[in-house]
Design a protein around this ligand. Structure first.
Ligand SMILES: [Zn+2]
Length: 215
């Protein structure tokens, strides 16, 4: 099974993470359940608990702190963070950026769903704020992996090309995340539809996933 991983996150023994491909199967954004085969296969492949949490993503800026495993899906948020072991955090995407966060000092993982609107709504800033306010994290400790997403030359909005990856990187730097702690999978979803789902490429309902968990 083809699953992508971030080099900067691979060395830590208390987390597991991955980015799924079409190999793993689709994760529908609507009505997701953990029993859905793609999600189940993905978690199993990474040896992760099925007690996963995902978001009813709304392209907004709100972030939830997962304090215990209540529901599979949390409404109306685009970011999640937790320090609890064996609650994998999932984000579903097709062109938007899946972003994984990890503070090795405090033992806190996070996910973000960052497209044009989410970035405008401050989802990145809000995730870093939650790290600081809930867990006392220092931004310079936080490691960030930005997964595959639509690239500038493939993403025209109102007649202009938009680089969501560059915007995400700039926002992270302005939140005092260190440049050397950011890793980008520089892969365009629309140009790599053999591996990833792309909304603009015609995948209206299908999604791939990124996951991270304390273990
Ligand atoms: Zn492209």
């Amino acid at each position: 099974m083809n699953v992508f991983r971030f080099e900067k996150l691979l060395g830590f023994r208390d987390i597991a993470h991955g980015v799924s491909t079409k190999d793993v199967g689709t994760m529908k954004n609507e009505d997701s359940t953990v029993s859905q085969s793609g999600i189940k296969r993905f978690l199993k492949f990474l040896n992760l608990s099925e007690e996963a949490v995902c978001m009813k993503q709304v392209h907004g800026g709100d972030v939830a702190v997962v304090k215990d495993k209540i529901d599979f899906q949390i409404s109306s948020v685009d970011g999640l963070i937790t320090n609890i072991k064996n609650i994998p955090l999932l984000v579903f995407v097709a062109d938007c950026l899946p972003i994984l966060f990890y503070d090795p000092r405090k033992g806190v993982v996070g996910v973000g769903h960052a497209g044009r609107k989410g970035l405008q709504s401050g989802v990145i800033k809000n995730i870093i704020e939650k790290y600081k306010s809930e867990f006392g994290s220092s931004p310079e400790d936080i490691i960030v992996g930005i997964g595959p997403g639509i690239e500038k030359k493939c993403y025209k909005v109102d007649g202009e090309l938009l680089d969501i990856r560059e915007i995400a990187n700039e926002q992270l730097l302005s939140e005092d995340i260190k440049n050397e702690n950011i890793e980008n999978m520089d892969i365009c979803t629309k140009c790599n539809m053999d591996k990833f789902y792309s909304y603009r490429g015609g995948d209206k309902d299908d999604r791939f996933a990124a996951v991270i968990s304390m273990i």
